[in-house]
Design a protein around this ligand. Structure first.
Ligand code: TXA
Ligand code: MG
Length: 321
């Protein structure tokens, strides 16, 4: 079915009048709204069915714009910005009072990102304001990496979708917090822990700390994030377990094994390629014909940390068959 995509100019006009539009970024598609307009922010939460205790990421298209959002820009954050912006890195910094509480779930900090995708930059520039944009999926569902994925979940709930092609990175941005004394990795992504440590030295890793009904001090940390509808299992299959008849397998590298590979994240075992493919494969296999999706183990190094993070959250925690 052909979809109607919107041009950046039209998207910017809608954003300026308080509407919400899905826009491409290099990581995943975002559902954007004017970050200073509380009505637009409310529409974002409403369209996604997202609880307001889960704060949003604010997107800028120039380094100067950070002054509209952050009250402090520490030296280490500046160093990271010089090296990795524009790109798939979000930094949590003390916020300016003008940033609405709804954007940050009343936290004293704001999550800020400067995306590298040219269409994202164009839309932010044309709109003339930083854009709040969580991933453009229904709450707890798999993030979209194509305009079609967005339409499947949000068509009819939002004011438009801009198509910018398939996302090249494929998982959400790395989030580093400067709220405490030591920079802390809150969410692993394409800017890896190793890359951060090489650039600014000491970086702590935050473990999951979400509690229902509380503002997420650690973002995207709800254990049930990123779930397809079909049960997905990531980990060692229990001894003697019976697999349902319609079991699909997302392979990584080698395809031999007890279950035939349905799709492969990267037949050469390349982590960049695997990351770019992960959500698209999850979307493809999330159909009523499948009873179970198995995913091969991914090494816990570099980008593999982000893949392990998302897959562990997406996985069912007990074997139901
Ligand atoms: O790659 C990305 O970051 C994508 C694209 C669209 O830019 N956006 C994205 O947004 O992944 P979202 O809302 O799905 O995830 C943002 C996470 C949330 O889980 C939220 O808890 C966290 O960032 N976050 C936002 N503000 C925060 C803050 N002040 N302190 C700590 N965590 C924060
Ligand atoms: Mg999300």
């Amino acid at each position: 079915m052909p979809k109607e995509w919107m041009k950046p100019e039209a998207a910017a006009r809608i954003l300026q009048s308080g509407g919400v539009v899905a826009i491409p970024t290099e990581t995943v598609y975002g559902l954007a709204g004017d970050c200073f307009n509380v009505k637009a922010l409310a529409k974002i939460f409403e369209a996604k069915g997202r609880p307001t205790f889960d704060p949003l990421i604010l997107h800028i298209a120039s380094l100067e714009e950070i002054e509209r959002l952050a009250s402090v820009f520490p030296r280490a954050a500046r160093t990271l910005a010089e090296k990795f912006w524009p790109g798939p890195l979000t930094m949590v910094l003390p916020k300016r009072p003008e940033v609405p509480d709804l954007a940050t779930s009343s936290l004293p900090t704001a999550a800020i990102r400067f995306p590298v995708h040219p269409v994202a930059q164009e839309i932010i520039r044309l709109a003339g304001v930083p854009l709040a944009a969580p991933s453009a999926n229904l709450f707890k569902h798999v993030s979209p990496t194509t305009a079609e994925h967005v339409a499947e979940q949000l068509e009819g709930r939002i004011d438009g979708i801009v198509d910018g092609g398939a996302c090249t990175v494929g998982v959400e941005s790395t989030i580093v917090s400067f709220a405490g004394d030591v920079p802390t990795l809150l969410r692993p992504g394409a800017i890896t822990l190793e890359m951060l440590q090489e650039t600014i030295g000491d970086v702590r890793v935050k473990e999951s700390t979400s509690k229902p009904g509380q503002a997420m001090a650690a973002p995207g940390m709800m254990d049930s994030h990123y779930k397809p509808r079909v049960p997905l299992f990531y980990g060692k299959i229990p001894e003697g377990a019976v697999l349902p008849r319609h079991t699909a397998r997302i392979a990584f590298g080698k395809t031999e094994g007890p279950v035939q590979a349905t799709v492969n994240l990267s037949s050469s075992g390349n982590l960049l390629e695997a990351t770019a493919n992960l959500y698209a494969h999850m979307h493809t296999l999330d159909t009523s014909e499948n009873e179970l999706i198995l995913v091969d183990e991914i090494p816990m190094e570099g980008l593999g940390r982000a893949l392990n993070d998302r897959l562990t959250r997406a996985s069912i925690k007990t074997w139901p068959f």
